[in-house]
Design a protein around this ligand. Structure first.
Ligand code: ZN
Length: 148
């Protein structure tokens, strides 16, 4: 069984506007956001079928959208020609079911086009909820990839 190893931040947009490195800050998150992430983490398993994982991602996005007071974006998978994710017209498109990419694209839905903000919000939230996985990543440009 193939394990998902893609933990690369979304690459929708011009590379030049991305921060040079993932941004590690002490950004604070609403308690409901952390709770939603923790229950998502508990639900997610690589034993789930892809459509079940997608369903869990849609539920997470709906919860996060509620916290930030935005219309819940749709979540779909699509071939993106090498991009990991895109947010467009109310829909998050993912090439693979990557949690970091999902969070990155959700941040665009909630906060707009700023890559700095999207990277800061998604990377630090991932780090907070998945500290053990985060340890296994290393920066490569503005993205995070598996060490080794
Ligand atoms: Zn982005």
């Amino acid at each position: 069984m193939e394990r998902a190893v893609v933990l690369i931040v979304g690459t929708d947009g011009e590379a030049s506007v991305y921060p040079a490195r993932p941004i590690i800050t002490d950004i604070q998150y609403p308690q409901e956001v952390v709770k939603a992430m923790q229950s998502f983490k508990a639900k997610m398993s690589f034993r789930l079928k892809p459509e079940e994982r997608l369903g869990a991602m849609r539920s997470l996005v709906a919860e996060l959208a509620g916290v930030y007071g935005i219309e819940p974006p749709g979540v779909k998978t699509a071939g993106l020609g090498g991009r990991k994710g895109i947010y467009r017209n109310g829909v998050i498109y993912l090439e693979r079911l990557s949690v970091i990419t999902l969070l990155h694209e959700f941040a665009h839905a909630a906060f707009g086009t700023s890559e700095y903000k999207a990277v800061e919000w998604s990377v630090n939230l991932f780090r907070k909820v998945y500290p053990e996985q985060f340890e296994k990543l290393e920066p490569k440009g503005h993205t995070l990839v598996k060490k080794g």
